[in-house]
Write a protein that binds this ligand. Structure first.
Ligand code: F6R
Length: 265
């Protein structure tokens, strides 16, 4: 696992976006995995800047969302389809028909999940999966005790996750109770993982993910099993890492062939 500690939340976004921009320039129709929530917003803002100011072309990029609420109509402003269209697809000039989101309104949920997996298998592999982490260690909406072999399926959101996401809704009761999420097995199939975390509220989860045991109690610890997992965090989110100085030293002294921003580790 490559752990990169940077001073500010904005720098987290800049570093992750540099890696993604490099990938898209090398392969314009690359397949990205998109996360929602607050953590990746600085990445999307920086990519939008590259599009506007540096000629980055995302019009052929293909993308798969990590997850979607169940029970919100797709046009609801807080459905992840709407959020991605607003925060990513439009500002990056992506083609909406290239962006796939699990169907949280499907009458047959199992069939919708299977169809999503089939679509990823047909288009993929996902070249780079963007991830955030929940305060309870979830990635995607794979809440604690999720199987490391899991595929896209329906999950019940943990009470803490619903409380954390209440800020996006008018009242806590409006936060859906269920979601469709890529499984940990689905996420681990991506060629490269880039997880970003900012702020003290994520410090515990980051420490467990990076330095704790591989355990379904911290789904993020599944990244320890991946051969190209990059964790980019600010100082506050890194504050409980016991080997923080070692990660700083490793990044500062990475060999020349690894110099492009966040190397394979
Ligand atoms: C969102 C997702 C979640 C979030 C996590 C952190 O698509 O899959 O795992 O990344 O809940 O959320 P924020 O970034 O809002 O703190």
């Amino acid at each position: 696992m490559q752990v990169v500690i940077v001073p500010t939340p904005a720098e987290v976004g800049r570093l992750a976006a540099a890696k993604i921009g490099h990938l898209v320039r090398g392969r314009p129709d690359t397949v990205l995995g998109l996360a929602t929530g607050s953590s990746p917003l600085a990445i999307y803002a920086e990519l939008a800047r590259q599009v506007a100011e540096e000629g980055l072309d995302c019009s052929q990029v293909r993308a798969f969302a990590l997850d979607e609420y169940v029970g919100l109509p797709p046009e609801h402003p807080e459905s992840y389809r709407s959020v991605l269209m607003r925060d990513v697809v439009e500002p990056l000039g992506m083609d909406p028909s290239n962006v796939h989101v699990p169907d949280g309104s499907a009458a047959d949920v199992a069939a919708a999940c299977e169809a999503y997996e089939a679509q990823i298998a047909e288009t993929g592999p996902v070249a780079l999966q963007i991830l955030g982490i929940g305060a309870n260690g979830h990635i995607g909406f794979n809440e604690p005790t999720s199987s490391f072999a899991s595929r896209t399926r329906i999950k019940t959101l943990a009470p803490q996750t619903r409380a954390d996401n209440a800020r996006f809704f008018d009242s806590p009761e409006q936060v859906p109770t269920h979601c469709l999420t890529q499984g940990l097995g689905t996420i681990l199939d991506a060629t490269t993982l880039v997880l970003v975390a900012q702020g003290e509220t994520k410090a515990d989860a980051v420490a467990k993910m990076v330095e704790g045991p591989v355990s379904s109690m911290c789904p993020g610890s599944a990244l320890q099993l991946h051969r190209d997992a990059n964790v980019i965090v600010d100082e506050a989110a890194a504050s409980r890492l016991t080997l923080a100085d070692y990660y700083r030293y490793t990044f500062a002294n990475r060999p020349a062939w690894q110099r492009f921003e966040t190397p394979r580790g």
